[in-house]
Design a binder for this molecule. Structure first.
Ligand SMILES: [Zn+2]
Length: 379
């Protein structure tokens, strides 16, 4: 068995963030009470007594309002701190356990999964005991056979919330030996997502065109409201419209993310080697790159990083071909260089060898061949 923690950004409701704050506070309170009782016990008997959070629940009934496993984990933390005090390793030994101050201690707590009390719901929420479903950006979907062990909620100093989910999984699956002939090449397409070496088009457009139209409509409405409200205080209607527009934005982002996950999972399941162009996304977005690949809007960078970890999880390969490799200028059949293909308006390559092929498919074939060459070079 192996473990892996994935940290997700979460967006709790006001009510949920109040519960988080309460739980952080109760954890700190219980930790300090237990530490104090241990010290007092030692003074009285010469031994550190065993202390449990349950002991304090009558005196501080509000402790019952929060996740009891979060408090139980504080007991384990304290035991660990005591054990480390005795440890000879300098790295572990931070000296005698200290009280946690409200100001300086880390705002976090850990809870355990007990038969589904912690779960990822619809790839949109993380379910927690006493909290319910917390809205989350599931940038990374665990494999179906991964089991959730625990979740650590934290609030960083900038106020952002995260949940780090600890998974357990069988390592047997990672002994898979990739078949290097089961390969695909992908050419980036700014107007879709990619074109593969078989000429298939991967796209994420169709899924949210409707939402885009809706967004455009609501945005026009918003800007009309803005124009008519020059200098004036923003009306309730304006705020309402702004929230509406933001909601559509979020919906589109989620749709796109879902679709990128779907496509990248399909590819990672089907192929053992995926060859792509390494694109310098920042240079493209800042300076236009001069090759028409100026749009980042279709999430290609995110798509590549999903492919990268999904393939690596399966013991498969993502091979990045240098971005200067002239994939769209070489005839994949005879190797002739066609500098005229630098002109993006030319969508079809016609070569003297008799080949006529779409520019994107030809590029994808070249990326595939170059990727496989690189792969055997390394191996
Ligand atoms: Zn040719």
């Amino acid at each position: 068995m192996a473990n892996k923690a994935i940290k997700y950004r979460v967006y709790p409701t006001t009510e949920q963030s109040i519960m988080f704050a309460k739980t952080f506070g109760c954890c700190r309170k219980v930790y300090n009470l237990m530490l104090s009782d241990k010290i007092e016990g030692y003074k009285a008997t010469g031994k550190f007594p065993t202390v449990t959070p349950a002991k304090y629940k009558d005196k501080y009934p509000y402790l019952r309002e929060v996740d009891s496993l979060a408090l139980a984990n504080k007991q384990i933390d304290l035991q660990e701190a005591f054990r480390n005090t005795l440890s000879k390793s300098r790295k572990k030994n931070n000296g005698f356990p200290k009280y946690k101050s409200a100001k300086h201690s880390r705002k976090s707590y850990t809870t355990n999964n007990q038969k589904g009390t912690v779960a990822i719901i619809d790839n949109k929420y993380i379910k927690l005991p006493k909290i319910g479903n917390v809205k989350a950006v599931i940038h990374r979907i665990p494999d179906s056979d991964w089991i959730i062990k625990s979740a650590t909620v934290s609030q960083e100093s900038d106020g952002k919330y995260y949940i780090s989910v600890l998974f357990e999984f069988d390592t047997v699956t990672s002994h898979y030996i990739a078949d290097k002939t089961n390969a695909i090449g992908l050419d980036y397409a700014s107007d879709g997502l990619y074109v593969d070496n078989n000429g298939n088009i991967g796209t994420n457009h169709k899924y949210y065109r409707e939402s885009h139209n809706k967004l455009a409509k609501e945005q026009r409405k918003l800007s009309r409201m803005q124009d008519s409200k020059k200098g004036e205080e923003k009306s309730n209607n304006y705020i309402k419209q702004l929230l509406k527009v933001n909601k559509i934005h979020r919906h589109i982002a989620n749709q796109r993310l879902d679709n990128l996950h779907k496509i990248s999972t399909e590819i990672a399941n089907q192929y053992d080697v995926v060859c792509v162009e390494s694109l310098n996304m920042r240079a493209m977005s800042n300076r236009g790159f001069g090759n028409g690949k100026t749009t980042l809007d279709n999430g290609y960078g995110m798509f590549l990083s999903m492919l990268e970890y999904k393939l690596s999880d399966r013991n498969k390969y993502l091979v990045k071909v240098d971005k200067w490799f002239p994939s769209s200028q070489i005839c994949h059949c005879c190797g002739t260089l066609h500098p005229e293909m630098k002109d993006l308006a030319i969508r079809t390559m016609k070569c003297n060898c008799g080949l006529t092929i779409s520019r994107d498919q030809n590029a994808a074939i070249n990326i595939l061949n170059e990727g496989l060459r690189l792969l055997t070079e390394v191996a």
